[in-house]
Write a new protein. Structure first.
Length: 379
């Protein structure tokens, strides 16, 4: 299966979304060291999860304003790096995209997840326990359900679901997160979270995980380097210097930008992962920097990603290969191909760096000069 790429297609012979994204996935599997048979399995999983949308030609506009990507492609890829090993390839999907309103989209997504559970023999018990919270009869918010697949040798992925805390209204997001944590046995967890400006995602690990996680994502508007260093709540956890160093590099702060310089564009996200209920403290922490809002073009984003990977003893060559796997354009000719850079600390495991890679099935954002969102320095 060969990937079509933006710029390679014509309106008279446009590929369908499913074949386009599946082709990208097959080439990314090669970059990540997955065998051809596994790549074909996962390509078909992607197409099946997209449902009827997989057959929609790309010369037609996106069927909905999917919140998953800037050009509304309901597919995103990521590579998760560790030292001295091949990166792990992940696939993020919005099953049910284009099925109708949020309520219908959510129920379609639930059906897809339950079909996956039957196929790969895992329980959806935790998800079922939360259905009334996240899938009300009249849903609100930017999305209903996303599904992430961590692709492993053997053709059976690890599965994660992302749910919308604002489903019953943004003013109820905090209460929804608190109640979801309580139902899953994490009664003390909400009180340990740092201050936030919003709760964009609530996530669950389903199926074959060594230590399944419940994850809460927080939004931090106008975050500064100093504030980023105080976000982790894990004990032990990453030092503030490590977090701040990643923040500076990923955001492109200059030597003259002090620790109170703030990112005034797309907000930074933090993720707090809970695996035990005794202390209420998270066992994992991730900082997500939306690098695409703080670069002129993807050449700059790629350079920052390479710097972060090398600093943590990780081989950047798979990331370089991933660029050619998803697009024929030069990094400098657009912005948004590298959407986020993330640094993850999980208790008892090595630090990870993750790069999030856009499909750009519908559009390539042109490079910008000057930056759309400048770093704001507070005096």
């Amino acid at each position: 299966m060969t990937a079509a790429r933006p710029g390679d297609r014509s309106d008279s012979n446009a590929p369908a979304l499913g074949g386009f994204a599946a082709g990208q996935l097959v080439q990314l599997c090669d970059v990540a060291g997955l065998q051809g048979a596994d790549a074909e399995i996962y390509a078909h999983v992607l197409i099946d999860a997209l449902g009827p949308l997989a057959e929609r030609p790309l010369d037609r506009p996106p069927p909905s304003d999917s919140f998953l990507s800037d050009d509304h492609t309901p597919v995103e890829f990521s590579l998760s790096f560790l030292p001295e090993t091949a990166p792990t390839l992940r696939l993020l999907l919005e099953p049910g995209c284009g099925a109708g309103g949020l309520t219908q989209t959510g129920h379609t997504g639930l059906r897809v997840i339950r079909e996956m559970a039957k196929r790969w023999d895992f329980s959806t018990g935790q998800l079922d326990e939360l259905e009334d919270l996240f899938f009300p009869s009249s849903a609100e918010g930017p999305f209903a359900l996303w599904c992430a697949l961590e692709l492993r040798p053997g053709g059976v992925p690890k599965v994660k679901v992302y749910l919308n805390p604002a489903a019953s209204g943004p003013e109820r997001s905090a209460g929804t997160v608190r109640e979801a944590l309580r139902r899953l046995g994490h009664e003390q967890a909400f009180a340990t979270l740092p201050q936030a400006d919003g709760y964009p995602f609530f996530a669950l690990d389903l199926g074959d995980w060594d230590t399944p996680r419940v994850k809460v994502y927080l939004r931090h508007d106008d975050l500064s380097e100093a504030e980023a260093g105080r976000l982790p709540r894990t004990i032990p956890g990453p030092g503030s210097a490590e977090v701040q160093g990643f923040f500076r590099t990923a955001a492109g702060l200059k030597s003259g930008d002090g620790p109170d310089a703030r990112l005034g564009g797309r907000p930074v996200l933090s993720c707090h992962a809970f695996t035990e209920t005794a202390t209420g403290l998270p066992s994992g922490f991730t900082l997500h920097i939306p690098v695409r809002d703080y670069v002129r073009h993807d050449g700059e984003a790629l350079a920052r990603a390479v710097t972060v990977l090398c600093r943590h003893g990780m081989d950047p060559s798979p990331l370089l290969g991933s660029m050619a796997a998803v697009t024929s354009r030069r990094p400098r000719d657009g912005v948004g191909l590298i959407a986020y850079l993330a640094l993850t600390y999980q208790h008892g495991r090595p630090t990870r760096v993750t790069t999030y890679i856009s499909s750009e099935a519908y559009a390539v954002r042109p490079p910008v000069a000057p930056l759309r969102h400048q770093v704001e320095t507070v005096h």
